[in-house]
Design a protein around this ligand. Structure first.
Ligand code: DC
Length: 228
């Protein structure tokens, strides 16, 4: 692949499809920067929770945004870190409660508008693999490569359940599946920038693929598109 060429890869899909881990590994293989946009929404979800603002309260949320400082940075190992008013909150945003809060705040137009430029800026000067829900449709509509990465709800819930159990979380498989379906419905049915496959996105279904197979599939699509 021509390493001189500046490119952006948009990877969208529902939660639990393995977007983050697959995109991160693919970015490493291709020598590009991985940008996790869900982490930015999660940081706002955390800020709202800390401020005692209901994620649905659009007016108070809009006020909160004017007082927030959110930074997307990378540590020495190249891992993305999120700073909220200077504090590294990268670990605090990975809880089921913040998943729900992030999904709710992400439906608020003021929040999406606030984050749009920050996401575009991240792709301006570097080759990126950016994952989210509306990267190919709204954030980077001119991306050289667009991938819609998905898997069946059951396959996604099974993976999430395993991950949570390894972390010591005792949620049942049924609860994990129900929460995932609720989040899918919320992300797909919101009025603004709903989760959907861009017309020019390539569908990659990982239901039957393991992790390495998913990374191979994503890298193959990217290589093929960039060589065209
Ligand atoms: O990818 P994730 O699960 O960390 O994202 C958390 C929430 O943020 C998700 O429920 C939907 C929202 N989100 C979004 O609306 N747009 C994005 N580009 C990324 C995430």
């Amino acid at each position: 692949m021509n390493s001189e060429k500046h490119y952006a890869v948009a990877i969208d899909g529902p939660s639990g499809a393995g977007k983050s881990s697959v995109a991160k590994a693919a970015a490493k293989r291709l020598g590009a920067v991985y940008v996790d946009t869900g982490a930015i929404y999660r940081t706002i979800g955390l800020a709202a929770k800390r401020a005692g603002i209901l994620p649905e309260d659009a007016q108070r949320l809009a006020g909160l945004l004017t007082r927030l400082s959110i930074e997307l940075t990378y540590d020495a190992q190249g891992a993305q870190r999120m700073l909220l008013n200077g504090e590294d909150v990268s670990d605090d945003i990975r809880t089921p409660e913040i998943s729900r809060s992030a999904s709710a705040v992400s439906a608020v137009p003021a929040v999406r508008a606030f984050l749009l430029e920050m996401q575009r800026e991240a792709a301006r000067t570097r080759c990126v693999l950016m994952d989210g829900r509306d990267i190919g449709t709204v954030v980077l509509p001119q991306a050289e490569v667009k991938i819609f990465l998905t898997a069946s709800p059951e396959a996604r819930a099974k993976r999430r359940f395993k991950e949570l159990r390894e972390k010591g979380d005792g949620s049942s498989y049924e609860t994990v599946l129900a929460e995932l379906q609720q989040r899918d419905a919320q992300d797909m049915n919101r009025a603004i920038a709903p989760l959907r496959q861009a017309e020019d996105a390539v569908l990659v279904d990982t239901s039957e693929l393991d992790f390495d197979g998913s990374v191979d599939a994503v890298c193959a699509v990217i290589r093929e598109k960039l060589e065209q």
